[in-house]
Design a binder for this molecule. Structure first.
Ligand code: ADP
Ligand code: MG
Length: 559
C-alpha cells in the first residue's frame, strides 16, 4: 500500500469541503453521478468507435446502494474506470482535469460530448463523508486499484483483485451531530428526490433499490413488500425531444413539474441552437404575475444545466432584468460543471447564450404582438412595467428593440397602442407625439392642458405609470417625431396669434398677477394669462422639460 499526500491546491479545496457550511450538501450526489455519467460517456465513446468492444446499451448504468449498518452510500458505474496513474492525477490534484485531457487527446468531433472541463466535483463528497473509498478497474489497464482517503491528511492506493470495468465510490458518512444528521443520505425517499431534482435528465439509468408494495397472490386485498431495482431518472429530457413530438400540454406539465409557477403559461419557446455554441432551452411567459414579482424578494433567473446536470437553480445572468418574468431552463453541453456562481458570471459561453436568449425573447414578443394581439395585451398588462423599465435603463440596440414592444393607453378608445400605431395615424400637420402624465386616465384626460390637444383632434398618450414618462424621456422621439408633454412648453398648436394676445393680457394685468404670485408665497415662479384654457379657469404648467408628475416622482425618490 502506498501513502501519498495531496497536491497543495487539492488540499486547500479539500479542506474547504470538509469544513463546508454549505447548506446544500446534497449536491455531492449530483457531482458523483455526473462523474459516473462522464465515465460512461467515455466508455460509450470507446464502444462506439472500437470494434473490439461489444456494444450493449444495457451495460451502461449507474447504481446507487446504501448500507445502514455501516452507514455507507455507494455509487457504482460501468464507465471507463481509472488506471493507477489516473487515480493519482485525477483525484490527487486539481490542476489536471481528466475530462479535459480526454477531450484534447482524441479530438472528439461534435456530438461526442464529454463534459466537466474543470471543477471541484469529486471533492464535494467530503462534505458528507468521513472516508471515501474508490475502487476502480480501468478499461485500459490490467490491474484494479483501491484509493482511500479520510481527508486532507492524504490518501492511499493499493492493488485489488480484478473486477468489471468501472468504478465504485463508497462514502462513509460523517457522524451525526446535534445540529446536523447525515443519515438522510441513507433514506430511499431522500435519495430518490435528490436524484430526481438534480439528475433526472442524465442519459444513463440511475438505479436504486426501492421498496414496493405488491398485491399478495393468494390473499385478496393483502399486500406484501418487496425490494426491486428501479430506474429513478427520466433520461430523455423534454428539451432534447423533437418539438413536433410535444404538445402544449407537455410543456405546461413540465412548467408545473419544475414548479416554475402554478398558473398556465401563455407562451412557451423551445430553442435548439447547434452552432458554435450549443444549447437547448425551454422558456415560458407566465400567464400571471408571480405574487412576489414586484417585490425585492423576487429572484429572476433560469435553471441552468450542464449537459443534463442541474448546476444552478436561478441563473440571473441569463436574463436581463426587464425580461425577469420569463421562466424556464437552459441546458448546454459546452458549459463546465462548476458550483461557483462567480466563475459562471465571467463565462464567455454563458454570456453568448444570454445574448442569444435575449434576442429570442424579443423576437417572440414581437411575433406575439403582431399575431396575437389580445394575448399580447394581456401579457403587457402584467409585465409591461418591466419592459418600459428596460427602455429606461438599457441603451443601444436593446432600447431600439424594446421601444417597439411597449404600449401606452391612448385617448382613442382608451385602449393600449404601440408607438408605431400612434405615429402611423398622426395627421400630416401634427408636429409632435403628445402625452399627458398622471395617476389615472380619468384624472389625466380632465386636465386643461389635455383638453386643448384633444380639441385639435390629436391623439394623446395617457401615461399613468411612474416609469412611463421616464421611458418616454429616454427615447426622446419615435420615428423622428418628438414627444411633447401637454403640461410642458411649446406644443406647436398653431397659436402665434393667441400667444401674442396672451402676452398683451399679461402686461395689462401685471399688478394683479404680481399680487397673486406674492400671495402664493414662492410656490410658483410666475403667473401669466393663457389661451390654453377652455373649461377651466386656471392651470399649473411646468417650466422646462420636466412635468409636474415627473417632479413629484423625483421628489419622492430617496436621495
Ligand atoms: P471534473 O468532473 O470536472 O473533471 P471532478 O473532481 O468531478 O472534476 O473529477 C475529477 C476527475 O476524476 C474526472 O475528470 C475523472 O477523470 C475522474 N473521475 C471521477 N469520478 C470518476 C468515475 N466515476 N469514473 C472515472 N473517472 C472518474
Ligand atoms: Mg465532475
Amino acid at each position: 500500500m502506498e501513502t501519498k499526500t495531496f497536491q497543495a491546491e487539492s488540499k486547500r479545496l479539500l479542506e474547504l469541503m470538509v469544513n463546508a457550511i454549505y447548506s446544500q450538501k446534497e449536491v455531492f450526489l449530483r457531482e458523483l453521478i455526473s462523474n459516473a455519467s462522464d465515465a460512461i460517456d467515455k466508455m460509450y465513446y470507446q464502444a462506439l468507435t472500437d470494434d473490439a468492444v461489444t456494444f450493449d446499451p444495457e451495460d451502461y448504468f449507474i447504481k446507487i446502494e446504501t448500507d445502514e449498518t455501516n452507514r455507507t452510500l455507494t455509487i457504482r458505474d460501468t464507465g471507463i474506470g481509472m488506471t493507477k496513474e489516473e487515480l493519482e492525477t485525477n483525484l490527487g490534484t486539481i490542476a489536471e482535469s481528466g475530462s479535459l485531457a480526454f477531450k484534447n487527446e482524441n479530438e472528439i468531433e461534435d456530438g461526442h460530448d464529454i463534459i466537466g472541463q474543470f471543477g471541484v466535483g469529486f471533492y464535494s463528497a467530503f462534505m458528507v463523508a468521513q472516508k471515501v473509498v474508490v475502487e476502480t478497474q480501468s478499461y485500459h489497464a490490467d490491474e484494479a486499484y483501491r484509493w482511500e482517503s479520510e481527508g486532507v491528511e492524504g490518501y492511499t492506493i493499493e492493488p485489488i483483485s480484478n473486477r468489471e470495468t468501472g468504478t465504485t465510490i463508497t462514502i462513509y458518512l460523517k457522524e451525526n451531530h446535534e445540529d446536523e444528521a447525515f443519515d438522510e443520505f441513507l433514506e430511499e425517499d431522500r435519495l430518490r428526490s435528490i436524484i430526481k431534482k438534480y439528475s433526472d435528465f442524465i442519459r444513463y439509468p440511475i438505479k436504486l433499490d426501492v421498496t414496493v408494495q405488491h398485491a399478495a397472490e393468494d390473499d385478496e386485498g393483502e399486500t406484501v413488500e418487496a425490494v426491486e431495482e428501479k430506474t429513478i431518472n427520466n433520461m430523455i429530457p423534454i428539451w432534447k425531444k423533437n418539438k413536433s413530438e410535444l404538445t402544449d400540454e407537455d410543456y405546461t406539465n413540465f412548467y408545473h413539474e419544475k414548479r416554475y409557477g402554478f398558473d398556465t403559461p401563455v407562451k412557451h419557446m423551445h430553442i435548439n441552437v447547434d452552432g458554435t455554441i450549443r444549447y437547448n432551452a425551454i422558456l415560458y411567459i407566465p400567464g400571471q404575475v408571480p405574487f412576489d414579482f414586484y417585490t425585492n424578494e423576487y429572484e429572476r433567473g433560469l435553471e441552468l444545466y450542464s449537459n443534463g446536470v442541474l448546476i444552478m437553480e436561478k441563473c440571473s445572468d441569463l436574463l436581463p432584468e426587464y425580461f425577469g418574468f420569463v421562466k424556464g431552463m437552459v441546458d448546454s453541453e459546452d458549459l463546465s460543471l462548476n458550483i461557483s456562481r462567480e466563475i459562471l458570471q465571467q463565462d464567455r459561453q454563458l454570456q453568448t447564450i444570454a445574448k442569444n436568449i435575449k434576442t429570442k425573447i424579443k423576437n417572440e414578443l414581437k411575433q406575439m404582438l403582431k399575431n396575437e394581439r389580445e394575448a399580447y395585451e394581456a401579457m403587457f398588462k402584467q409585465f409591461g412595467t418591466q419592459l418600459k423599465y428596460g427602455v429606461y435603463t438599457d441603451f443601444g440596440q436593446n432600447q431600439a428593440d424594446l421601444k417597439d414592444l411597449i404600449m401606452f393607453y391612448s385617448s382613442r378608445d382608451e385602449s393600449l397602442i404601440t408607438l408605431q400605431e400612434y405615429v402611423e395615424r398622426m395627421p400630416e400637420d401634427q408636429p409632435y407625439i403628445y402625452y399627458a402624465a398622471g395617476d389615472s386616465i380619468d384624472k389625466v384626460k380632465k386636465t386643461p392642458q389635455a383638453e386643448r390637444v384633444l380639441d385639435h383632434g390629436y391623439e394623446l398618450l395617457y401615461l399613468t405609470e411612474q416609469v412611463d414618462e421616464f421611458a418616454i424621456k429616454m427615447l426622446g422621439s419615435f420615428e423622428d417625431k418628438e414627444f411633447r408633454s401637454v403640461a410642458g412648453g411649446d406644443l406647436g398648436l398653431s397659436e402665434t396669434e393667441e400667444d401674442s394676445s396672451a402676452e398683451q393680457e399679461t402686461k395689462e394685468n401685471e399688478t394683479l398677477f404680481t399680487a397673486m404670485k406674492e400671495a402664493l408665497n414662492g410656490s410658483v415662479t410666475d403667473v401669466r394669462a393663457s389661451k390654453r384654457l377652455k373649461s377651466h379657469p386656471v392651470c399649473l404648467t411646468a417650466e422646462g422639460d420636466i412635468s409636474i408628475e415627473m417632479e413629484k416622482t423625483l421628489q419622492a425618490m430617496p436621495e
